[in-house]
Design a protein around this ligand. Structure first.
Ligand code: GLY
Length: 388
């Protein structure tokens, strides 16, 4: 039996894919779907999320984005999402009949691209360099003038001088995804143990299961393989170089959608993004703070988000505040996830996804199942073995 520790989007996806492939699997988490995945904006945006210094991360992201349509369609089927959304008039992720339509409706999966905008000459030059790098890699990006940006997104500030449109970037509502994953696990009969793991059980040099914090239910669970997918908390259970990177985010509510696609930019040197949901919500994110395990939502964090978002889209200050939340991204020394056999028999790692857990979940689940050997080398735990 495989035991997945961690019920965020990564752990849930792994457990679901293992169950689909016929493996017996159990998942343990004290409060599934409540950590970083609950705070995440859900951008499936490998092109606009990555800087040109991070080609391996870009390759992982592009490969995982390619998996998202079938992942979402199969999830829609397994979770019993309704297919009554009808045919989807949009292009982007490709057509797959009713299931992809159900995924689009049920998971708020959209593929209308990301618009990365620039204000000053420096921003514009940086975007130009990024565009040249993307073009060299054969990725589809379009350079736009300020006027062309505003034609696409009329609510953009007049001061926007130019932009970069990544048409293939997509996004999804992570809260709907984790809810669907939990439903799919339940429908497949996968046990979800709501308890905290206090330590990994070991026999000799082998991991053989987990010990749970005292509570009702089992105190220990034995497993042939433990998959550690506990995000920022992974370092408390195994020797893995993951640290919490706090992100504060807010959800604003609009009567009319303010934007048709994801918009991002750098304001006063700080990146900010706005992600529109199908129901009119607009997600504004996110801070990046190195404060340990601190999930307080602060006045300063929210002020900075709103101040910067207003520079991009002045109309945001008119919107109602629906939700504010902070989550902890699992950061790694090289910004790449840590996925694969740990070097300790019986222990596989699936953590360190930093800003890309939602995007990278389908690929991570595939790697844990032994697929994608070439891409797996980028995120192999072996790269840290000499320092851990
Ligand atoms: N993926 C965006 C963030 O972590 O803020």
């Amino acid at each position: 039996m495989d035991l997945v520790v961690g019920g965020g989007v990564v752990g849930l996806s792994i457990a679901w894919r293992l169950a689909r492939s016929g493996r017996p699997v159990t998942l343990v988490d004290p409060a599934p779907a409540s950590g970083a995945s609950h705070a995440a904006a859900g951008m499936l945006a490998p092109v606009s999320e990555v800087s040109y210094t991070e080609e391996p991360l870009l390759r992982l992201g592009v490969a995982s984005l390619a998996r998202w349509p079938s992942f979402a369609a199969e999830l829609a089927a397994d979770a019993g999402l309704s297919a009554d959304a009808g045919p989807d008039p949009r292009g982007g992720l490709g057509a797959d009949g009713g299931l992809l339509a159900a995924a689009r409706a049920g998971l708020d999966l959209r593929a209308d691209g990301t618009l990365d905008v620039a204000f000053g000459a420096d921003d514009l030059a940086a975007l130009g360099e990024l565009a040249a790098f993307m073009e060299k890699l054969g990725l589809p990006v379009e350079r736009l003038t300020g006027r062309e940006c505003r034609r696409l997104e009329p609510m953009l500030a007049p001061s926007v001088r130019g932009g970069l449109l990544a048409r293939t970037d997509a996004w999804v509502d992570p809260r709907r995804v984790t809810a669907a994953l939990l439903a799919a696990l339940e429908r497949r009969g996968v046990p979800v143990v709501r308890a905290r793991v206090s330590e990994l059980l070991r026999e000799g040099d082998r991991v053989t299961g987990v010990r749970l914090e005292p509570a009702t239910g089992p105190r220990e669970i034995a497993a042939e393989r433990v998959v550690l997918a506990a995000g920022a908390w992974s370092g408390g259970l195994a020797d893995v170089p993951v640290r919490p990177v706090k992100g504060q985010i807010m959800r604003l509510r609009a009567a009319q959608p303010l934007l048709g696609r994801c918009v991002r930019g750098t304001v006063h040197g700080t990146p900010v993004y706005l992600v529109p949901r199908g129901d009119g919500e607009l997600v504004v994110g996110a801070t990046q703070e190195e404060l340990g395990f601190d999930t307080r939502v602060t006045a300063g964090g929210l002020y900075e988000l709103l101040r910067d978002a207003r520079e991009l889209v002045p109309g945001v200050t008119e919107l109602e505040v629906a939700d504010v939340v902070a989550g902890l991204r699992p950061g790694t020394p090289d910004n790449l996830p840590i996925v694969g056999p740990s070097g300790t028999p019986g222990l596989t790692l699936a953590t360190g996804h930093h800003r890309g857990g939602v995007l990278l979940a389908p690929l991570t689940a595939a790697i844990v199942q032994g697929e994608e050997a070439d891409l797996a080398t980028f995120c192999s735990p072996a790269r840290f073995r000499d320092i851990s």
